[in-house]
Design a protein around this ligand. Structure first.
Ligand SMILES: [Zn+2]
Ligand SMILES: [Zn+2]
Ligand SMILES: [Zn+2]
Length: 89
């Protein structure tokens, strides 16, 4: 496998895809989101940093789950929070 920039990204073997196209936290509070990200540790799908509630970043901080994938249909990339590393797949 090619080097993706950090050990977390390198350890992703099959990218988890979103089970639902909605933010699991925004739907609970009736909030809006812009884009969606899927946690590669637990598979939850949450909203991006351009969304008002930034649930994906909050989830990463609280749980220490390092890697998200874009859940946008046209996008195929991974991002690692602790290393600020980005790669396409
Ligand atoms: Zn990393
Ligand atoms: Zn959200
Ligand atoms: Zn997670």
């Amino acid at each position: 496998m090619t080097d993706r920039g950090c050990s977390h990204l390198n350890s992703v073997e099959s990218v988890k895809q979103p089970k639902v196209r909605e933010c699991a936290e925004c739907v609970k509070i009736g909030a809006q989101w812009l884009h969606l990200r899927t946690c590669q540790q637990c598979g939850v799908t949450l909203c991006c940093d351009s969304s008002p509630n930034q649930h994906a970043s909050k989830h990463a901080r609280v749980t220490k789950h390092p890697v998200i994938a874009s859940a946008q249909p046209a996008e195929r990339w991974l991002y690692c929070y602790p290393d600020d590393a980005f790669c396409e797949y």
